[in-house]
Design a protein around this ligand. Structure first.
Ligand code: CS2
Ligand code: MG
Length: 406
């Protein structure tokens, strides 16, 4: 069996999804997601210029060797661009493998460890009242876990953790614009946020799982103090308390608080996660199959995490196309150390038309499709409706102008 051709598509409803389609001489094809939010053309070009020419003629069943060929074979390794490109190839090869076997991918990993996978929704509000309405909305729909991001009174200008302007505003700018700027003040945030958890707990009771994303905004000592202060609200996790570059910062946080820590959405390889996993500096690993090198590599990270009682909490922002969400759904069904899945309803009619699938959400749990392979398809006719739009994440400064972490 041989790979005969591969094509890359960019675009989607309101998103620059990077979709790879690999064709074989057996008439079976596979699809993969290489979307790197706000830098989408880079993995796409890497695929087109360098990787696809090598893929033609390879046996698609040898997904491990192909992964090693690209990763180990490259002199300059890792990084989000390369790993997203390998991730797209790897997902497509697993899709082909599942289709050859006539089995959904979770069966190839070892079968199901659970019926449905717990997901969390994003509740946001410019004010605490708005946030409470947003939580109530998700609770009514059956969600058992919600992430809380709330506007901070007097915060100079927005700020990710405030949720100002709604969720999507904070992922990307409008087409054609240069990056938005936010002004951030950690002290105001640290003073206000505990009230938010207190109020939400008071209204919604002890069972609702509450998560919060600090989005890399704090210094290690601040994060340690914050974690200690909010322990009493029994959060499911505190995410990305400090910038991910410095894994050692987590040591200080760990010494001072038992609040569960989730980190890793910007990590690309097992080497990036190794210190924090082996030293048990976190509770949930947030890598995604897209920019952590696909199913082959993320399974290794999941296994290493499992040895250290660390659970999964894969990244599931809308920047991931339904293809990587499907790949993660299969891993979630299998992984003995599954924790939770971030889930944002992509579910516009346009998105479902572009990526048809039978995966579904019911009562706060995600159920994986039994179709062979990834269980999601890509409609090339629909794809013709979309093209690439350059967009940016916002940048963040402190009030005196100092650049800060988005
Ligand atoms: C966020 C992300 O979902 C999350 O936890 O941290 O939405 C992040 O801001 C975006 O994926 C960046 O592209
Ligand atoms: Mg995050």
């Amino acid at each position: 069996m041989k790979i005969t051709n591969a094509e890359v598509f960019i675009g989607g409803p309101g998103k620059n999804y990077v979709t790879l389609k690999i064709m074989t001489d057996a008439g079976i094809y596979g699809i993969g997601d290489g979307t790197l939010n706000t830098r989408e053309t880079l993995p796409a070009e890497y695929l087109k210029e360098y990787l696809i020419p090598c893929l033609i003629g390879m046996d698609p069943r040898n997904s491990e060797d192909i992964w090693q060929y690209f990763y180990r074979g490259a002199y300059f390794r890792r990084g989000p661009i390369a790993m997203a490109a390998y991730g797209a190839i790897d997902m497509a090869l697993w899709d082909i493998k599942g289709k050859i076997a006539g089995l959904p991918l979770y069966q190839l990993f070892g079968g199901k460890s659970r019926d449905g996978a717990l997901v969390y929704a994003h509740a946001v509000g410019n004010t605490l009242d708005e946030l409470i309405d947003s939580v109530a909305h998700y609770v009514e729909q059956g969600y058992k876990a919600v992430r809380l991001q709330c506007g901070i009174p007097d915060m100079p200008e927005g700020g990710y953790a405030t949720g100002k302007g709604g969720d999507t505003k904070h992922f990307i700018t409008e087409y054609g614009a240069l990056p938005d700027q936010e002004i951030w003040d950690s002290e105001k945030y640290l003073r206000y946020m505990p009230n938010v958890f207190e109020k939400v707990r008071e209204i919604f009771g002890p069972d609702l799982k509450l998560l919060h994303d600090v989005h890399h905004r704090l210094r290690p000592r601040e994060a340690a103090a914050f974690g200690k202060e909010i322990e009493k609200y029994n959060l499911f996790w505190m995410e990305d308390p400090t910038p991910a570059d410095d894994q050692h910062a987590l040591r200080l946080i760990r010494q001072h608080t038992t609040v569960p820590i989730a980190i890793g959405e910007v990590f690309n390889s097992i080497w990036d996660c190794k210190t924090m996993i082996e030293e048990e500096l976190l509770d949930f690993i947030r890598v995604s199959v897209t920019y952590a090198g696909g199913i082959t590599h993320v399974r290794r990270i999941v296994e290493l995490a499992g040895l250290h009682s660390i659970r999964t909490g894969f990244h599931g922002a809308p920047s991931h196309s339904p293809i990587s969400m499907a790949a993660q759904a299969h891993l979630n069904a299998w992984a003995p150390n599954f924790g939770i899945q971030e889930y944002l309803v992509l579910g516009t009619e346009e998105c479902d038309a572009l990526f048809p699938s039978d995966h579904y959400l019911d009562n706060g749990l995600f159920y994986v499709s039994d179709a062979p392979g990834l269980g999601v398809d890509f409609d090339e006719t629909e794809a013709k409706r979309y093209s690439f739009d350059r967009r940016y994440h916002p940048i963040v400064r402190l009030e005196d102008g100092t650049m800060w972490n988005y």
